[in-house]
Design a protein around this ligand. Structure first.
Ligand SMILES: [Fe+2]
Ligand SMILES: [Fe+2]
Length: 235
């Protein structure tokens, strides 16, 4: 299966026609299209509507997770409903199988990496914050456990490893993802992890268990030579 993957479209209506032209060939180059969060800039249904128009006209099965920007207006459930009604598979702690390949996805959350992972100690506010991070890891675990396929692709918005956020300011690493997500990936096994969010990160890294992690933020893809708007991966 050929997967075309991108993230961080941060779609606003002004971007409509260039984006449509750039994505037009996805159907010839891939069997499924994955968007790893931050589809919209402010999470408004008015942004989602024209974007949906573009996505539907690609006529390729599309799998998405939401990103933090898609939550900004508190309308995330409207966005999910709008996409689902058009046949787009929105993964939110859930799984989807297609042609023998299993996709498990969730947004993920912040929290830090390795020895720097924030733990639930001290003020209730810290505990609530850490709880949100653990909950997303549990959602991922629930999603992966549902898969019956040998080929597995994990879709996240936040990064599970520090390796693909390198290039961003080190001060903000803990806000770009958490290795709690990578622990789930390594415990259950996967062929590939796709994520976005770290617009200035690195394109590739691996989990400690050796699972390839691709940061498919569109900013990184467009900075390549030649620039692209999605990365095609064979699984
Ligand atoms: Fe983003
Ligand atoms: Fe983001």
């Amino acid at each position: 299966m050929r997967i075309a993957a991108t993230a961080d479209l941060h779609f606003t209506p002004q971007r409509l026609s260039p984006l449509h032209d750039q994505l037009n060939r996805v159907r010839d180059e891939a069997d499924v299209f994955v968007v790893a969060g931050d589809l919209t800039n402010y999470g408004r249904p008015e942004e989602m509507e024209p974007l949906l128009n573009v996505l539907v006209r690609l006529r390729v099965p599309t799998i998405v997770v939401l990103g933090n920007h898609d939550y900004e207006s508190g309308r995330e459930s409207d966005l999910i409903r709008m996409m689902s009604e058009e046949g787009i598979k929105v993964l939110d702690g859930s799984a989807y199988e297609r042609d023998g390949v299993g996709f498990a996805g969730t947004k993920g959350f912040v929290g830090g990496f390795g020895r720097g992972v924030l733990t639930a100690f001290g003020e209730p506010e810290i505990k609530t914050f850490v709880r949100a991070s653990i909950d997303e890891a549990l959602k991922l675990e629930r999603a992966v456990s549902q898969l019956r396929t040998t080929k597995r692709v994990i879709v996240l918005h936040y990064s599970p490893v520090a390796g693909t956020v390198e290039g961003e300011a080190p001060e903000i690493y803990p806000f770009l993802g958490t290795s709690r997500l990578a622990e789930i990936v390594d415990r259950h096994g996967a062929d590939l992890v796709l994520h976005g969010h770290a617009h200035n990160g690195k394109r590739e890294a691996k989990t400690t268990g050796g699972v390839p992690v691709y940061n498919v933020a569109i900013t990184l893809l467009q900075a390549q030579n030649p620039p692209t708007v999605y990365r095609v991966i064979d699984v």
